[in-house]
Design a protein around this ligand. Sequence first.
Ligand code: B12
Length: 220
Amino acid sequence: MKGSSEGEQLLIKWVEQLDEEKVLKTAGELLNGGMEPLYLLDLVNEGMNRVGKLYENKEYYIADLIMAGLIFRQVLELDQMTAHFHASHINKIGKVVLGTVKGDIHDIGKDIIRGMLEANGFEVVDLGVDVPKESFVKKITEYHPDILGLSGVLTNTVETMKEVVTAFGEAGLRDKVKIIVGGNHLTKETSMYIGADGFSNDASVGVKICKKWVGESANG
Ligand code: B12
């Protein structure tokens, strides 16, 4: 079970308490002890969820969310993590245009999936955050990707993502590209409502779906 060992529990706790130094020390120790980077990310994510709850309960403020984001970024920069996320492939297996939808500036999850897609051989065109539907449409006609990835963590991004998919239909482009949506709040039902071809709230599952779409073995 995730978070069952003492070290794992401590990591979640240090993230929750926004103790940057202890998070980095504990994360380094766990990775050096052989923990899988993706497993470690799940633990940090659990800490982030707790930070989110404390914010909802008004025990934490926006400055604390910012701090949580900065800590997460530093974990991603640890040597053992960058080795996992920055593998380079000479032969690209597909192209993905990716962005966080309009109204949302959260980009940690987007950057994680970008790193993992690149490490798995995809070329990724990252449009950044707060991307309007018109930009997605424009970039698809410019880059002709196999896949469009929409990221968003705010619950109202369900509507914004749906608007992007609708814009693709209106531009006559809906059958030109597979669309995958990602974010903590998404479910199969919301993904169907959005009109996406797939969804994931776990970057590694998202990568598997994308690989399947371009005809690559999800394990290879
Ligand atoms: C850090 C943080 C911030 C930072 C973001 C820093 C950054 N550079 O991203 C800052 C301080 C900027 C911020 C701002 C705000 N935030 Co904030 N934030 C968070 C927090 C604590 C963590 C988010 C995060 O990075 N999670 C970790 C990543 C890795 O998870 P993830 O994004 O879900 O990504 C994973 C998967 O979903 C998937 N994935 C992600 N994208 C994609 C894309 C594809 C294609 C695929 C396949 C997969 C995929 O892969 C990732 C790894 O597995 C969350 C709480 C939480 N538990 O999520 C609140 C939270 C998301 N924020 C929240 C709020 C309310 C806000 C603000 C409105 C606060 C305010 N009053 O201003 C603003 C919004 C600004 C805006 N317009 O976007 C709420 C949202 C509530 C809601 N119902 O919509 C949350 C849930 C906190 C809470 N519980 O209240 N926030």
